[in-house]
Design a protein around this ligand. Structure first.
Ligand SMILES: Cc1ncc(COP(=O)(O)O)c(C=O)c1O
Length: 440
């Protein structure tokens, strides 16, 4: 449980923060001044010995808990044996490909291993273009698929594009169903999923008739955990299929138990052709993958895709250990069960404080959208930042504000979180939120 023993940031943290300021660019996200030393399970210790509960999992990475002993042992053992052998085959890579094919639906019978989520996005886009006759990809406003040029062009957040143009051609962006702030000014009770109907109009104006794929996240994480209404993905998939397009599901952050299912696509009645995985797959050691059909992947000739670190023995072994822990310790079920504790508490807080405008998510990933008042729904970025700072001072680590308006608190603890840790962290959050409301 949290224990703050110095002023924050403490003296050692201040020294490292000064070094960072002197030697690193300011381009990374603006996190609270927590300088991590080590972490175990759901607890972080900073360099001054202060102890925090973790609502970040890095950034939805360490699903099986920080430095799980079984995971650490596997990584140490593999590091002593073999770390890189390029595209030459190793036992861990072959076994990881087999494992991933065995835990995904039967039509996803091929696994291509890479290193980062962005690599997986790029690989999926290349595969879709190569395997189809077209090259246009429909993607969404506010989406985040990575920061390289292909991935950033697929994405729809200004943050990754502003000043970095020109973007890669061939992407058509559609409004995503952000029902709390509907881009069409509609209401879910009466809209009949107008955002799906609108796609025909959009492509009739924007497309050169070369559509090949749709890419979407199951929920838009960085944009504020924006979770589409029931029936949306089923409708989107039907729409894509009726035009002969591939359906790409970006599960880089939503997989490996995060949403209370092993994969988020299990919440819907859909059958994506390509699924990208990352973050929780390696649970710390970078590892990512594209799962796909042999119909698509077997079209790619030898040498057309590959990378220096993709599928390396160390990250493959780490991923195998992480999946084993997730399965053996029932972390998917734990995420679903503890997620209900979170949800119930957030709803209770919302009853008391109307500035908690919207609660979105499932399993152990929530976005809490803070507003000045529920009628105007004016985003309150200042309250969001102050709540995160107040939580930090009380021993709870929360990622910097997310969302289109930077007014969303991201809740994403490691999936090993116990009910006692969940309740303790919720008590801290509520105290911090109330302190921020009072002006702290
Ligand atoms: C949905 C999604 N796709 C892709 C990425 C890019 O992953 P990475 O940062 O590992 O390149 C992220 C990262 O946040 C993500 O959330």
């Amino acid at each position: 449980m949290p224990r703050i023993v110095t002023e924050l940031p403490g003296p050692r943290a201040q020294a490292f923060l000064a070094k960072s300021k002197q030697y690193e660019p300011q381009s990374m996200s603006d996190q609270v001044p927590l300088v991590w030393d080590h972490a175990q399970g759901c607890t972080i210790w900073d360099v001054d010995g202060n102890e925090f509960l973790d609502w970040s999992s890095g950034v939805l990475v360490t699903n099986c808990g920080h430095s799980h002993p079984q995971y650490v042992a596997a990584v140490q053992d593999q590091a002593g044996k073999l770390i890189n052998c390029y595209d030459f085959l190793s036992q861990p890579r072959a076994e990881l490909a087999e494992k991933l094919v065995s835990i995904t639906p039967p039509h996803l019978d091929r696994c291509f291993l890479v290193t980062t989520g962005t690599d997986a996005t790029e690989a999926a886009l290349r595969m879709a273009r190569r395997a189809s006759k077209g090259w246009e990809v429909l993607s969404f406003h506010n989406a985040f698929h990575g920061r390289t040029y292909g991935a950033a062009s697929a994405g729809g957040t200004q943050g990754v594009k502003l000043g970095f143009g020109p973007m890669v051609p061939g992407f058509i962006h559609a409004p995503f169903p952000y029902c709390y702030r509907c881009p069409f000014g509609r209401c879910l009770d009466e809209c009949g999923l107008f955002c799906l109907e609108y796609l025909d109009y959009l492509v009739s104006k924007e497309s050169c008739g070369e559509l090949c794929a749709v890419i979407t996240e199951p929920y838009q994480g960085g944009a504020g955990s924006i979770t589409p209404p029931p029936g949306y993905f089923e409708g989107l998939e039907r729409w894509a299929r009726s035009r002969g397009m591939y359906f790409i599901f970006d599960e880089v952050q939503s997989s490996f138990g995060r949403t209370g299912k092993m994969f988020a696509f299990e919440h819907f009645d859909i059958k994506p052709d390509l699924v990208t995985l990352g973050k929780g797959l390696g649970s710390g050691v970078p590892c990512s993958a594209v799962m796909g059909t042999s119909e698509i992947m077997d079209i790619l000739p030898p040498g057309s895709m590959g990378s220096t670190n993709g599928g390396n023995p160390l990250s493959s072994r780490a991923a195998l250990a992480a999946i084993d822990i997730i399965e053996k310790e029932g972390l998917v079920a734990n995420a679903a069960r503890i997620g209900e504790v979170f949800k119930a508490r957030f709803e209770a807080i919302q009853q008391r404080h109307c500035q908690l405008g919207d609660i979105r998510g499932y399993g152990l990933v929530y976005g809490l959208e803070l507003v000045t008042d529920p009628e105007s729904r004016t985003p309150d970025a200042d309250l969001t930042r102050r709540t995160i700072n107040a939580a930090f001072r009380r021993g709870l680590c929360i990622i910097a504000p997310i969302g289109v308006h930077k007014n969303v608190i991201r809740v994403a603890p490691p999936l090993v979180i116990t009910e006692a840790e969940a309740r303790e962290s919720l008590d801290i959050f509520e105290a911090a939120f109330e302190a921020a409301l009072a002006g702290e």
